[in-house]
Write a protein that binds this ligand. Structure first.
Ligand code: CUA
Length: 433
């Protein structure tokens, strides 16, 4: 019987449907960045170009091999299928010529795969050019710390600025478990391995122009692996220099009266005089000052593309009543609280912790909690109130009075912060531009 039975028709129609879908995907316009913001196929660095080239070659050869093998298979199935009343097939044992052929052909195919693969491995592991921008990317459960050793004091979290057209070399280290550094449109994935430094370099090419991009952890690393993201801003060289200058500075005082106190402990970066004018310190020698008369660039200030804006919903049961905060009270509370055991605010001599993210320029960042929430009043307040409800497994303790701590499995009682205290802390944090 040539007609397919109903049971055989199902896989046949599935196959035809899949083929039709596959063919439909081939047509239409070129994919654009808004539809595929994390694509690796539109290469913008020599690193991704090398990987893309290798992928294209392997896909081409793989397709040729697949078509040949499947054609032979189908031909054999049809031509030598069992027929009603047909004779017994000829019995054979072994065929030396055939066996040599099907050993030699795959060996040749493997050579064709190995040569460009090994070449790409060496290309992407080559020594980086000496004038590259150096960035230390440090993985933590579950956030990213970025240090720029050529810019004394420049340390940020979950937000990376890169100058367009300049090669950047990442030194990848982890403070705890394995992570993997990946900016799909620029490069990676490369693992962060305990007791070892891995390197990754690439150049965001000048055709790229300015861009806001997503970065992420690509190696399962625990409860909040999926919440270990970061943002990347590729900006013009001049903007990068003035951003770096701004980030090297100590915390911007939130009131003129505070200027002297904030400037006094500065040992690196740019201090502020009481009038607010920058003082260039000796330790800053070699850093590039902003062009005279140029507006100070404090970070990406253009509208953000939707694909880098966090959409994480606030967990059920968390609410913010939004009392008005006072930055001065917040600073006093912060400087006496356990916050300073984990966080640093350069310019606040009480705050020199190094377990959590450096908060010196927290208000200049676009996201909170490693790219999980937008950095606005509500999300910052809720984060201080109950970080562990906002992000599973967070080592930042639950601080809001009466809040349920999902790790301690108990409500916060004595020592918990009232909404007013949280609002004051938020006001202080938001003064750290
Ligand atoms: Cu870090 Cu997954």
């Amino acid at each position: 019987m040539n007609v397919l039975s109903p049971m055989r028709r199902v896989p046949a129609s599935l196959l035809i449907g899949a083929l039709a879908l596959g063919l439909a995907a081939c047509g239409g316009d070129q994919p654009n960045i808004t539809d595929y913001p994390n694509t690796t196929f539109e290469h913008r660095t020599e690193f991704n170009a090398a990987l893309d080239f290798l992928w294209d070659r392997l896909l081409l050869w793989g397709t040729i091999v697949f078509v040949l093998v499947e054609a032979l298979l189908i031909y054999t199935i049809v031509k030598f299928r069992r027929r009603e009343g047909g004779p017994e097939p000829k019995q054979v044992h072994g065929n030396t010529a055939l066996e040599i052929t099907w050993t030699v052909i795959p060996a040749i195919i493997l050579v064709f795969i190995a040569i460009p693969t090994v070449r790409t491995v060496f290309q992407t592991q080559a020594t980086v050019r000496a004038d590259a921008l150096q960035v230390e990317a440090i993985g933590h459960q579950w956030w990213w710390e970025f240090r720029y050793p050529q810019y004394p004091g420049l340390v940020t979290a979950n937000e990376l600025y890169l100058p367009v057209g300049r090669t950047v070399n990442f030194a990848l280290v982890t403070k705890d478990v394995l992570h993997s550094f990946w900016i799909p449109r620029l490069g990676g994935k490369r693992d962060l391995i305990s007791n070892r430094t891995n390197y990754l370099w690439f150049t965001p090419d000048s055709a790229f122009g300015e861009a806001a991009l997503n970065g992420m952890c690509a190696e399962y690393c625990g409860d909040s692996h999926a919440n270990m993201k970061f943002r990347v801003f590729v900006v013009a060289k001049g903007d990068f220099d003035s951003w770096a200058q701004h980030q090297m500075a100590v915390a911007v005082p939130h009131r003129p009266a505070d200027s002297t106190a904030s400037a006094a402990p500065a040992t690196v970066g740019r201090a502020m005089t009481p009038s607010g004018a920058p003082v260039v310190l000796a330790s800053q020698a070699g850093a590039v000052p902003p062009a005279p008369g140029a507006a100070p660039y404090t970070g990406w200030n253009k509208p953000l593309p939707a694909f880098v804006v966090p959409q994480t919903p606030v967990p059920a049961g968390l609410a913010w009543s939004a009392p008005a905060g006072d930055a001065e009270r917040g600073k006093q509370l912060y400087s006496m609280s356990s916050c300073i055991g984990c966080h640093a605010v350069r310019g606040n001599p009480m705050s020199v912790g190094n377990i959590g993210p450096d908060l010196t320029h927290l208000a200049s960042r676009h996201t909170l909690a490693a790219g999980l929430y937008p950095n606005d009043t509500k999300h910052l307040a809720l984060w201080i109130k109950n970080a562990r409800a906002m992000k599973p497994g967070s080592i930042m303790p639950t601080l809001g009075l009466g809040e349920y701590d999902p790790i301690m499995k108990a409500k916060v009682t004595t020592g918990g912060l009232s909404d007013q205290q949280i609002a004051d802390l938020v006001a202080y944090m938001q003064s750290l531009k």
